[in-house]
Design a protein around this ligand. Structure first.
Ligand code: NAP
Length: 320
């Protein structure tokens, strides 16, 4: 396809626009940039995605243990140092007109591209209980590595039974005086190696078969929480200075509502084996993809495959 000269002469026209700068998006940026494409990536938060908020990563091959923020910074620096352009901003819409994508940000600006790779990830699922919104930032936190130091030698609680809740409990247990881990059943979703570390940690007290009912405070900050045993319905209270709900994530899909690429049942995006959506030239990678395993390693896999396929698509589809 011959590209209209209005696009070619526009400084805001790219080969590839990537939305989201987590491991999947930054890997796509790295591979696309190394393929000599003109690449930019958008991020509305700190680049690095969920890895930035992860205290320690122990299952990223090549690193026995690495700090999440350090790993995220390396991903970001590697992609940007070779020329992929970082655009700080929130994407609010994507449309496709005459084979070219139009990507709009919240400031009203529009950028154009031959390919778009969505790597928007997921956002924290909320408990939706009294006190959760009221005390956000005043003893309700969704980031242990960001806030643990504030609660040094203080009691805290973690809600959830997945990898995030258990890993962050371990991190908090070495800083805070006590960690109450509240989970709604006896079994955990987390990896066995993490479960066993949690069970052995003397600073972590498990409260199982329990759900939080409210986060309680004095109006200015949290002072405790009320929970209920799901079996005998008995209620209990604990005094804490901070609570960290880690009960999973929801896909960030609001800005591409009109494209109709979401899976009807769960809101994640269906893709083919090249991570292309049902719209040609539109790819989706990382945690927002409809898939079973969400790891840094799988995000990197997705970003690599999408970028390599995108290069092939651009070469075959557009005139040089
Ligand atoms: P997750 O695996 O979805 O676990 C969410 C946990 O929250 C579950 O234990 C769930 O209980 C509980 N939960 C959900 N809704 C709840 C509610 N309304 N009230 C109380 N509890 C509730 O989420 P995640 O731990 O954040 O992990 C997300 C993904 O990232 C997973 O694929 C995970 O493997 C991956 N991850 C991997 C690593 C790693 O490998 N190092 C680290 C972090 C995350 P039930 O179990 O009863 O459903």
């Amino acid at each position: 396809m011959r590209i209209d000269t209005n696009y070619i002469n526009n400084p805001h026209f790219f080969d590839v626009l990537i939305i989201g700068a987590g491991p999947a998006g930054l890997t796509a940026a790295l591979y696309a940039q190394r393929a000599n494409l003109k690449v930019a990536f958008f991020e509305k938060d700190t680049p690095g995605g969920k890895v930035v908020k992860t205290s320690v990563v122990e299952n990223y091959p090549g690193f026995k243990t690495v700090s999440g923020p350090d790993l995220a910074l390396n991903f970001f620096q590697q992609a940007s140092s070779i020329g992929a352009k970082f655009i700080y901003g929130e994407v609010t819409n994507i449309s496709k007109l005459n084979e070219i994508f139009h990507v709009t940000t919240s400031d009203g600006m529009v950028r154009y591209s031959k390919v778009v790779i969505i790597a928007s990830g997921m956002t924290e699922r909320k408990l939706n209980i009294p006190g959760e919104i009221e005390y956000y930032g005043k003893g309700v936190s969704y980031c242990a590595i960001c806030d643990a130091a504030i609660y040094k030698n203080k009691p805290v609680a973690v809600i959830g039974g997945g990898n995030t809740a258990l890993e962050e409990s371990l991190y908090l247990a070495d800083i805070c005086s006590k960690v109450y881990l509240i989970h709604r059943r006896q079994g955990f979703r987390a990896e066995e190696v993490i479960i066993s570390k949690v069970k052995q940690h003397k600073n972590i007290q498990l409260i199982l078969d329990a759900v939080p009912l409210s986060f309680d405070g004095d109006g200015k900050k949290i002072t405790g929480l009320t929970y209920e045993n799901v079996i005998d319905k008995k209620q209990g209270k604990i005094s804490i200075d901070c609570v960290f709900p880690f009960i999973g994530f929801l896909p960030v899909n609001n800005f591409f509502e009109k494209l109709n690429i979401k899976n009807e049942n769960n809101g994640f995006v269906d893709v083919d084996s090249n991570f292309q959506t049902k719209i040609v030239g539109l790819y989706c990678v990382g945690d927002v993809v409809n898939k079973n395993i969400r790891q840094i390693s799988t995000a990197i896999n997705d970003g690599t495959i999408a970028a390599v396929h995108a290069k092939k698509y651009i070469d075959e589809h557009f005139e040089k």
